[in-house]
Design a binder for this molecule. Sequence first.
Ligand code: ADP
Ligand code: MG
Length: 390
Amino acid sequence: MNTTLIQTTTAFFEKAFGSTPEKVVLSPGRINIIGEHIDYNDGYVLPAAIDKVICFAFEKNNTTKSRIIAIDLNEEFEVDLTKKILLSDVVWTNYILGVIKQLQDNGFLFEGFNCVFSSNIPIGSGLSSSAALECGMIFGIKEVFDLTIEKKDIALLGQKAEHWVGVNCGIMDQFSSVHGLENKVIKLDCNTLEFEYHNADFKDYSVVLFDSNVKHSLFTSEYNTRRNECEEGLSIIKKHFPEIKSFRDCSEDQLLSIKDEMNTTIFKRIYYVIKEISRVNRACEALDNGNIKLLGQLLFETHEGLSKEYEVSCNELDMLVDTAKEDNSIIGSRMMGGGFGGCTINFIKKGHENDVKNKFSFHYLNTFGINLKFYDIKISNGTQLNTTKN
Ligand code: ADP
Ligand code: MG
């Protein structure tokens, strides 16, 4: 599938600029297997880069201006690199302006370039097309102008660019887009950026995302509320157990012993966090042991927690996961991402994918009047060079 994308992007570049691109770069979206809403609660996440990518073609143009074409949107823009970089009204250009600004602010020297890009990552469905865009642009500029930028710094610069655009994201998306490896998941500590790879051989099971096609507007306000609730919960834990520095140090038993010291909402939130931190560790063990059924069970448990304790799910997502629980071909399912819409991630017995898709499409349309979309996912390499002109 990516071969066609590379061909069309390269052909578009040749037509637009009359030359063969110097560098072709692929930058992937990501999934997160487990570890939801704990990146900002001292937990680990378990993301992986996927085989859906943005393809970029680049060349230097020996001027001080850059011309960038978004094939999918049929739009282009030009930026003068000698002028102060300011936010524009066109959202997609801001991610690129943000990246250019971060590189300049951090002292990287580069001149004008031409770039076209096109993608098969669904936009705005929680697969992090924005991180793929940032990291691919940085990688391409690095390649064209021979800059030395470590992978970790590509991720951090990408994250800063996204903050500049106005999205206060964590580091997981950019980190996994850059550090992805085929058939590996990344256990990442979002605080220290320490990470380790675990095998992601899902054996007899395929990973399929179900896109609910809904996005409820609750996300931002509820996200802020959850952050405050968790902070309050942690301070109560610390009062009773001064040796505890973060949720990571707190056992379930310790929390249960002080349950009456906090209101039920706070208790539910942090009970979820502590259990989810432990689930990520158990998920890694399950992967190391090739126990995909156990991994699937942990996904179901995570969803239950996100729905009933952390309360960031919605009817559509709950229905998809409840239906999956009843289906013998699905061994694990949960909402993925911030919640209130977006995708569920599902582990489906190989050979049963089409039956499952047909059944869920029909049921979902009947219940909500909305079309369900499906993305088949393979775990793949991070941001990389595809071809170099001789
Ligand atoms: P997600 O990262 O979950 O896909 P976001 O809202 O964070 O969703 O980022 C999507 C934004 O990234 C789009 O609105 C657009 O500005 C930019 N973007 C992503 N893919 C493309 C693309 N193929 N062409 C142009 N802009 C894109
Ligand atoms: Mg995004």
